[in-house]
Design a protein around this ligand. Sequence first.
Ligand SMILES: [Zn+2]
Length: 410
Amino acid sequence: MVFKCQEDSFLKEFTSKVVKCEKTKDPIIEYGKTIKFEGYQVTLENTILFPAGGGQPHDIGWLNDKEVLQVLRKGDEALHFVNEPLDVGTEVTQKINWDRRFDHMQQHSGQHLLSAILEKEHNLPTTSWWLGADECHVELASNVSDSTIQATEDRCNELIRAAIPVTVKFCKANDPDLAEAHTRGLPKDCMETIRIICIGNIDENLCCGTHVSNLSQLQMVKFLGTEPGKKGKTNLKFVVGNRVTKFFQRMLDREKALTGLLKNEPNKHEELIEKLQKKLKVTNKNLQNVLSELAQYEVDKIKNTQPRPKYVFLFKKEATPDFNRAICKGLENESLFLFLVSEEPDKPKEGQIIIQGPEEYCNALGQQIIDLLKGKGTFKHGKFQGKAGDLSAINKCKKLIEDYFNNSLS
Ligand SMILES: [Zn+2]
């Protein structure tokens, strides 16, 4: 069946009769993410709401005032997902979320255009494509050079400026026209309706999606670089039309935020960040040296305390794992119960803990401390080293240790 949206991609409102309405628990798939759903699937005589297919995500919109959250193709039918039922036989007004649909049309027609140029002018056929919430990509069988990407982008934008018409042709299975057209990204259930999208005399491609009527409606194609795809393939990322403007705006906002933070002009950002990274490296090294001296000092102080303490409780927010390990090592033969805590630098509620000491003390206190701090880790050779999930009970731990050594052992 050819749906109304495939006859006229620019229809924004349409009236049709409800043919079927059934309960469903089928999930909603939104740009690859699965969302649980419980409601109704409505079939109409015809629809302007595009059911997902050919790499193009489904439309959303309304049937009267009821929101359509997903449209799925099932054989010859388009199933409209709504929260409440609709009466079979009644006429409903369909409305489409046009911003979303037009965005999909720009990305989809843009993909046809750039895939045609990559294949015809650079011998790089598209093996599949993806239309995501923010970015799209075409999957290519081999690597693509920067110069090819630039040449393809320039060529696409030149054709967009030339405002080449995009037309739809319908034909039968034995039509000789069919041999001319590609079947890139065509789902099997589209095969009954043979629909060819033509971009001037540049490309003919079998497709069930909704497309622009003129390349000028694409505004612009922009490539965003490549990343490794599945099985040694290459994904070439791109955006078309309004997404280019949105992408550019996000970049400007980030640049403005960085300019504010770095207090300098954008062309100095890179240089400034490099300088900051170098400085941070030196600062960190100096801090390590100071902390290792401090650890030695703490060890000496504890060793020289008279009378000798039975336990050490040390909570240093800024302590590094190296600092705590140095203290443990310095005191490992002192028959002392050691409890060392530090905070995670970017998660102050969480931390690192070390518990070490004679078996008797560790048995009495270890597990209680770990439980209080929601610790994760294991005791190995009389020593616990692990993560604390919640440091808010740290004072309780301190009291526990104090009471144990002051009361039960006195
Ligand atoms: Zn297509």
